[in-house]
Ligand binder design. Structure first.
Ligand SMILES: Cc1ncc(COP(=O)(O)O)c(C=O)c1O
Length: 408
């Protein structure tokens, strides 16, 4: 077997060192993608104690208000409306803008992006992506516009940004609304402009898997006052004043415990980003030169949160499929995730949709690796070492791993 030399502590050198081939797992406990970053617990508890003392636990409480102020500041927008999660915020946007008919969405995204459209009785029309960046392809979006199209709901996938200016031009030319699912892209910039101010509105997720978390939470940010007001009222049963209900609304408010967690996360944002950036750079160095493994890059000229470290596995050059690599990583307790697989257009509710070549190509190849505050530099080095050993020994692995194991 071929042995691999790595800098630093080395636990995996030859095929038999891999957990899939008789070695001990590299990690005793699972390393997860999206393990929560937990900020200063004392500050969190103090905020919660203050909420108890006030006897104000939900309904536009002072913590939720403060959270909105700080989110708007980070997004560079005039308004932020905090919600119980991003899925609800996306739905509020669609309702508040009175969208109808069809909405163009990328397929390479989390199911929520498509589901919010379907859940409201509209039709998601799936758009392909750029095969290198994974971001929605504005040229393809243009070809999908028909008489029933009311909007484009783009996604800033993996915290890299969608081509917002080109999408804005398409939306403007065709009189469409434009929203961004910015669930992955809080505290990022594009062309030096903060994510938040593109399109009609952008929506962030503060789910506990996100680098800034509120246990569960979301926010819609916008510079459009009337849209913000409508979203605020729809979020709260359509209430616009005491005893006055002006819209059909729902309950999508952020409670004070979530806001306390969100604020406590924001207090530590610089530390979270610094760790993510350090891990990303270590992955980049550790995987450099491994045949067939491409780290999807961040543009370091922009501000990013670096919360998704994503590799693309080229099976011909790596000699191994993404799924076999994932299987072998899982055996080492590295719970790498196929973000996103399959594309939404291949999921059961949407499976009658036309093929999308670039989405299908990427969704067969991409793998998100663990990062965040719970992942140390030594752990990143070990993960890179495992990937290196797997690729170097890919031929022997192909002979020994049954096809169905790799595909699991
Ligand atoms: C791209 C994308 N959109 C929407 C969501 C839904 O966010 P939430 O869990 O806050 O509703 C997520 C999820 O986590 C996501 O990754």
């Amino acid at each position: 077997m071929i042995s691999v030399e790595c800098d630093g502590e080395s636990v995996k050198r030859i095929l038999e060192d891999l957990a899939g081939f008789g070695g001990a797992p590299a990690f005793e406990h699972p390393l997860r993608v999206g393990a929560p970053n937990i900020g200063d617990r004392e500050r969190f508890s103090a905020r919660l104690d203050a909420a108890f003392a006030r006897g104000w636990l939900s309904n536009d409480g002072p913590l939720a208000k403060e959270f909105e102020r700080r989110v708007a500041q980070a997004a560079g927008t005039r308004y932020a409306v905090a919600t119980c999660n991003a899925t609800s915020a996306l739905q509020l946007a669609i309702r508040a803008a009175d969208l109808t008919g069809e909405i163009i969405v990328p397929s390479l995204t989390f199911a929520a992006t498509a589901h919010v459209v379907s859940w409201l009785g509209l039709t998601p029309v799936f758009c392909d992506v750029d095969p290198l960046t994974g971001q929605i392809d504005p040229d393809h979006a243009r070809t999908l516009i028909g008489p029933r199209t009311s909007a484009i709901l783009a996604v800033h996938l993996w915290g890299r940004t969608a081509p917002a200016e080109r999408l804005e031009a398409v939306a403007r030319r065709h009189g469409l609304a434009l929203f961004f699912d910015a669930s992955h892209a809080f505290a990022c910039t594009r062309g030096g402009r903060p994510v938040g101010g593109f399109g009609d509105a952008e929506i962030f997720s503060f789910h506990s898997t996100k680098f800034v978390n509120a246990f569960e939470g979301g926010a819609l940010v916008t510079n459009d006052e009337s849209l913000a007001r409508r979203v605020q009222s729809i979020r709260n049963f359509g209430i616009t004043a005491e005893d006055e209900v002006s819209h059909v609304g729902i309950n999508a408010k952020m409670n004070e415990a979530s806001a306390a967690m969100g604020l406590t996360s924001l207090d530590s944002i610089d530390r979270f980003v610094a760790r993510n950036l350090d891990n990303y750079r270590r992955y980049r160095a550790g995987l450099a030169g491994v045949p067939g493994i491409r780290l999807i890059p961040f543009d370091e000229g922009e501000r990013h949160n670096y919360q998704y470290v994503v590799i693309e596995v080229d099976p011909r050059r790596a000699g191994i499929s993404r799924d076999t690599l994932r299987h072998l990583l899982h055996q080492e307790n590295v719970l790498a995730r196929r973000y996103f697989h399959p594309g939404c257009h291949r999921m059961a509710p949407y499976a009658d949709r036309p093929p999308l070549p670039a989405t299908e190509h990427l969704s067969e190849r991409v793998l998100a690796l663990p990062t965040g505050m719970s992942v140390t530099r030594t752990q990143v080095a070990k993960i890179c070492e495992i990937i290196r050993v797997v690729v170097v020994n890919s031929q022997a692995i192909a002979e020994r791993v049954p096809m169905e194991v790799g595909a699991r």
